[in-house]
Design a protein around this ligand. Sequence first.
Ligand code: SAH
Length: 302
Amino acid sequence: MAACNDYYYATRDPLGGAGDFTTAPEISQMFGELIGAALVDVWRRAGAPASVRYAELGPGRGTLAADALRVMRSAGLSPPVHLVETSPVLRQTQLEAVPGAVHHDRVGDLPGDGPLLLVANEFLDALPIRQHVGGVERHVEAIGGGLAFDRDGTIVESSPARDEAVQALAEGVVALGGAALIIDYGHVRTAPGDTLQAVKKHGFAPVLDRPGEQDLTSHVDFERVASIAREAGAFVSGPAEQGPWLERLGIQARARVLANAAPQRAGEIEDARARLCRPDQMGSLFKVLAIHSPEWPKPAGL
Ligand code: SAH
């Protein structure tokens, strides 16, 4: 899964209508704008430390960062920007969206000299997982020119790569101060189940087809993420469902302002709001968890 996704992201921009999948920031500017507003708010309530930094994990096209930073700047905050990204293709796109951003390979490489305002949207789901059946790790075998799993049964998933990223970011906000917003699809309680999925051209595909040519992800276990963050000494708020969270942050008011400014786009803006918030679309499956320093207040909306 690690090798497939490294190749997949290194060789293309998979986002948007012409690609394989569409993420919340690509649906509407409102998503990144509300995140920017929530970050400015928590920063002010933490005493507005001057040395704060904006950090994002797996920023895709840099759209969320650009929308969030625009709102932050209009509220008087222009932090240096640090992006964790391994794909050379997406690094280039991100620099066009956020000129001057500094790239890093891993969460643990983020700078250690100021509080972090950190965002990770649909990042953890792309990190590799392991699957176990009855305590034995499930492997993929090459059989007769194709690929197949070597065992079936009740599947228990784990993700050492995800655990390591969460631990590094929690240790970062504890040591430096700050708050992180983790947004992803997943479940609130740890439970067995096979959540590995492949997406190609906006539809599900068999997971072992075309290795490296389709997006492989799995659902994030938010109970595990929260417990790793707490063990590292961080405070955790949430998880909340994305729809109610965006509503508490004021998505309806923002949609009205945008629609008044561009009445010909009112339908499109309302469609985007519904897609982000409705429980039968992204509003319920997607969860938001904040990991913050014990010295910082909890971010709004959670
Ligand atoms: N956050 C963006 C993109 C999500 S797609 C959005 O919401 O639109 C996943 C992102 O994580 C891509 O930018 C991908 O290149 C990056 N990524 C995947 N695996 C990674 C890894 N191991 N280390 C760093 N970045 C990774």
